[in-house]
Design a protein around this ligand. Structure first.
Ligand SMILES: NC(=O)c1ccc[n+]([C@@H]2O[C@H](COP(=O)([O-])OP(=O)(O)OC[C@H]3O[C@@H](n4cnc5c(N)ncnc54)[C@H](O)[C@@H]3O)[C@@H](O)[C@H]2O)c1
Length: 374
């Protein structure tokens, strides 16, 4: 790898712009060497905006991956193109940062995982919300044992934006503008739950770190964006092997008070947080202890960590199995919502979720007595 690292950004749309600012926050350690987009005018504009025109402009995945001077591929493409991009980048020996979702099917997840194993390529899922300081502090508190055994986790990822319309988002050259790729289910791979809900899902799994999700029940709704082909909102309940229960609330139809993003209710106390605060309270305390934080630049923090991973072997906060597990939980929620029943998750994160035949028995499971049904 060169120093500074030479980065090629694939896709020059909305999120690429944010990533470019992130790379440029580390000028001594990285250089944006290329932008690539089928809409080359977009790539050209980005090159001017972020590198004063010095970054090369390409029009395809193959072209940028084939550039021997590039060390890192940053994938900011529509969902259906992630698999091809990760596999080609790994085979070309590049380090890879890939936007969520990893891909649109668990079958593709297997192909990606196999390729990463064969090539040994450095890979990190772009799970930017894992870098929120309040969440990191919450995870530290959970691990410290101060609130005791977790019983319940809640992860919330919501926004209502009348100006963001997933139906029309996407460039004209990629079939976007009117009815962009997000409106095409074979390209987007799902609705709100697979898209914005990916953040809520990996956040939930990160709080329950090490606890395996075993059962999923999903409810999908279209509350507001009536023109979407599928959901604008997901409610997902996850049972973990320990018996703890998780809940994901994710939506393009509404927002929540004070931007709350997570909660944990546990044996001795509870905590709750957002991008800017973390409150925790043991049950006898008269009030919660509160920490406040400035709004974090999560993409810049994520990119900074990725650089540390590539250059100094820092631990990987979003390895391939974690990002596939995230996809598996979401696929399970879709299946659950379709069949109206709880779904079981195989131990292998690439395993296909199946309709539950028997309830998973946890240390906290209860038999429901007949009397309560009368
Ligand atoms: N982490 C976050 O909060 C966040 C936010 C928004 C988007 N995203 C993710 O980022 C990715 C891109 O989303 P976006 O909102 O930037 O989309 P976008 O439509 O704004 O940009 C995608 C770009 O890819 C280009 N493209 C399409 N096909 C291509 C090809 N074959 N080769 C090269 N370029 C091609 C399009 O022309 C477009 O410019 C998605 O995976 C999305 O889920 C993440």
């Amino acid at each position: 790898m060169s120093s500074p690292l030479r980065v090629g950004i694939l896709g020059a749309g909305g999120i690429a712009n944010v990533h470019a600012r992130g790379w440029n926050a580390y000028p001594e350690r990285t250089t944006i060497a290329a932008f690539s987009d089928v809409a080359t005018d977009r790539a050209q504009t980005m090159s001017h905006l972020h590198t004063a025109g010095s970054a090369k402009v390409y029009d395809s995945i193959d072209a940028v991956v084939g550039d021997a001077e590039i060390d890192v591929i940053d994938i900011c493409l529509p969902h259906h193109l992630h698999t091809d991009a990760v596999i080609k980048a790994a085979k070309a020996g590049k380090a890879i940062l890939c936007e969520k979702p990893l891909c649109t099917t668990l079958g593709d997840g297997i192909l990606i995982r196999d390729t990463l194993n064969e090539t040994g390529a450095v890979f990190m899922g772009a799970h930017n919300n894992l870098f929120t300081p309040a969440l990191l502090e919450a995870r530290r508190l959970i691990e410290s044992g101060i609130i005791g055994t977790p019983f319940m986790y809640r992860s919330i990822e919501t926004f209502q934006s009348r100006s963001f319309d997933p139906w029309t988002s996407g460039s004209a050259a990629a079939g976007g503008g009117q009815k962009g790729w997000r409106a095409n289910l074979t390209q987007a791979g799902g609705g709100e739950l697979l898209d914005t809900g990916y953040h809520g899902t990996y956040r939930l799994l990160s709080m329950a770190a090490g606890d395996r999700p075993v059962e999923v029940t999903g409810f999908l709704s279209r509350f507001l964006l009536s023109h979407l082909p599928t959901e604008d909102t997901g409610h997902v309940i996850v049972r973990f092997e320990s018996g703890a229960v998780g809940q994901i609330i994710t939506s393009w139809a509404f927002d929540v008070v004070e931007g709350r993003q997570f909660e944990v209710e546990a044996e001795f106390g509870a905590l709750a947080g957002s991008q800017t605060y973390l409150k925790h309270q043991l049950y006898k305390w008269p009030q919660a202890a509160e920490m406040t934080f400035p709004v974090p630049a999560t993409f810049t923090l994520e990119i900074g960590h990725f650089i540390e991973m590539v250059q100094n072997g820092a631990p990987n906060p979003a390895p391939i199995d974690d990002t596939i597990r995230t996809l598996q939980v979401i696929k399970a929620a879709y299946l659950s919502a379709q069949i109206g029943a709880t779904v079981s998750l195989p131990e292998d994160p690439t395993g296909t979720p199946v309709a539950r035949t028997a309830a998973f028995n946890t240390p906290f499971s209860v038999e429901v007595p007949d009397e309560v049904l009368l």
